[in-house]
Design a protein around this ligand. Structure first.
Ligand SMILES: C[S@@+](CC[C@H](N)C(=O)[O-])C[C@H]1O[C@@H](n2cnc3c(N)ncnc32)[C@H](O)[C@@H]1O
Length: 195
C-alpha cells in the first residue's frame, strides 16, 4: 500500500491507517531540524511521513505487534532517522521534542464492550473516550521543548472542548486545526503550542 509516496504494509493486531491517520499526516506541522515524538505509532506511517521532513523521529506504541510492524515499514522505506521504543505513553521517554503527535484511542467503550487485547487499545478510550487522552495531556507538556507543539487526533464523541480547556489550563494555546466528518462523528485534529 502507498500513501503520500510512502510504502507500507498493514499487520495483524495493528490499527490499519484510516481517515484519522490521514488527517494527521495531511496537517503535520513538521519542520526541518525538528525532533518529533509520535505516541501510538501503529504501522509507523505517520512517523515515516514526518521523518521525511525533519531531523529525527521517536516512535512509540504500547502494542508489541505495532512495534514490529512499524520497524518493518521503517526498513521498507530505508529510514535511518527513526527510533522505535515500546512504551506506555511517556514511561520510557526521556527527551524533549519540538513536536509531539498522537492519533489517540478516542472511542467511548463501556466495561461490557471492553475487550482485553492489543488491537483494541487502538480505539478503546474507556467509558467517556478520554481515559488515554487525559493521561496523555497531563504528561505531554513536560516533554515539549521551549517552543514545542502538540498535535493530537480525537473525535466529537470524546469531548473536544475538554481537551482544549485542559491544554489551556496547562498554559498552552490550543485550537481545532482540521476536521473531517465521518458517519456520526467529527474526527478532529487539535494543535497546541506554548503561548
Ligand atoms: C488510533 S491508533 C493510531 C495508529 C497510528 N498512529 C495511525 O495513525 O494509524 C492508536 C495507537 O495508539 C496506541 N496506544 C494506545 N494506548 C497507548 C498508550 N498508553 N501508550 C502508547 N501507545 C498507545 C495503540 O496501540 C495504537 O497503535
Amino acid at each position: 500500500m502507498n500513501y503520500d509516496g510512502v510504502e507500507f504494509n498493514e499487520c495483524e493486531e495493528v490499527y490499519p491507517p484510516a481517515e484519522d491517520t490521514f488527517l494527521l499526516i495531511d496537517n503535520l506541522m513538521v519542520q526541518s531540524g525538528y525532533d518529533v515524538l509520535e505516541i501510538g505509532t501503529g504501522t509507523g506511517l505517520v512517523s515515516i511521513c514526518a521523518s521525511l521532513k525533519c531531523s529525527s523521529v521517536t516512535s512509540t506504541d504500547i502494542n508489541p505487534y505495532a512495534i514490529k510492524c512499524a520497524e518493518a515499514n521503517i526498513k521498507l522505506n530505508n529510514r535511518d532517522n527513526i527510533t522505535v521504543i515500546k512504551s506506555d505513553l511517556f514511561d520510557n521517554i526521556n527527551g524533549k521534542y519540538d513536536l509531539i503527535l498522537f492519533n489517540t484511542p478516542y472511542l467511548p467503550v463501556t466495561d461490557e464492550e471492553h475487550v482485553d487485547d492489543e488491537y483494541s487499545k487502538a480505539w478503546d478510550g474507556g467509558e467517556n473516550g478520554r481515559e488515554v487522552i487525559d493521561k496523555f495531556l497531563k504528561q505531554a507538556p513536560q516533554y515539549l521543548k521551549e517552543n514545542g507543539t502538540i498535535q493530537l487526533v480525537q473525535s466529537s464523541l470524546s469531548d473536544n472542548e475538554k481537551t482544549i480547556q485542559t491544554l489551556k489550563k496547562l498554559g498552552l494555546k490550543a485550537e481545532i486545526t482540521a476536521i473531517e466528518h465521518i458517519f456520526f462523528e467529527d474526527i478532529t485534529l487539535i494543535t497546541a503550542y506554548k503561548a
